[in-house]
Ligand binder design. Structure first.
Ligand code: FAD
Length: 183
């Protein structure tokens, strides 16, 4: 078993190609908070690709209400930054302090505010991912109206890392509520 912590999509591509060449399986991992064990690899012949160090916010548009982020950013850290724009990514698993955006997307997560906002599948506009051949694909777009044939973004959401390693996400944002009640 090996653990790697890439810092860029190019490094993810290199890892995937090396794994293919040497016959290793790959398990992408965010913060490993998933309770269903889907981020718990078998140890033999496995490379764990931790996305922890790919944790930047690339762009926030407070005009079009989207953010482009790397997958390793934690949900609460993202929302703390978005507060200064009066915006939020309203997907709120109870693990949001620790869970990464990439992990939540790959789990199709949701939370207590799901009754109002729905789960992750409502809040992802586009994805960049490295698939099992080592190729980089980009699906979706930056706008809510996105017409591009098959909706591959939704296929990726909840796919638990089986279709590829998410290396960037374009997230749909919502305005912060005018007031909060409770904790
Ligand atoms: C205390 C606690 C409370 C929780 N509350 C909720 C809740 O309210 N609602 C809810 O839906 N869930 C909840 N969860 C589970 C929740 O699904 C996870 O916390 C979260 O979605 C996983 O994020 P993570 O970064 O830890 O991902 P991980 O656990 O590391 O990974 C989860 C899955 O995604 C894959 N993955 C991770 N990163 C990537 C990537 N970049 N590309 C491709 N695949 C990737 C992994 O291989 C794995 O299959 C809770 C968990 C805990 C421990």
């Amino acid at each position: 078993m090996a653990v790697v912590q890439p810092v860029s999509v190019d490094e993810v591509v290199k890892v995937v190609k090396l794994a293919i060449d040497h016959g290793f399986k790959i398990v992408p991992v965010g913060s490993s908070t998933s309770l269903s064990g889907n981020a718990t690899p078998k140890l033999e012949n496995t490379v764990i690709v931790s996305l922890e160090r790919m944790n930047s916010i690339i762009e926030v548009s407070d005009i079009d209400w989207y953010a482009r982020v790397q997958p390793g950013i934690k949900v609460d850290e993202l929302n703390l930054e978005l507060m200064s724009y009066g915006l939020q990514w309203p997907v709120d698993p109870a693990s949001s302090k620790t869970a990464t955006v990439g992990g939540v997307i790959s789990n199709g997560g949701g939370g207590m505010r799901g009754a109002k906002y729905g789960p992750a599948s409502h809040w992802v506009l586009g994805l960049e991912a490295v698939i099992g051949t080592g190729d980089v694909i980009r699906v979706g777009c930056r706008t809510v109206k996105c017409r591009e044939g098959y909706n591959l973004v939704q296929v990726f959401i909840g796919s638990e890392g089986t279709l590829g390693i998410v290396t960037e996400a374009t997230l749909r944002l919502a305005p912060l509520p005018e007031s909060f009640v409770g904790g």
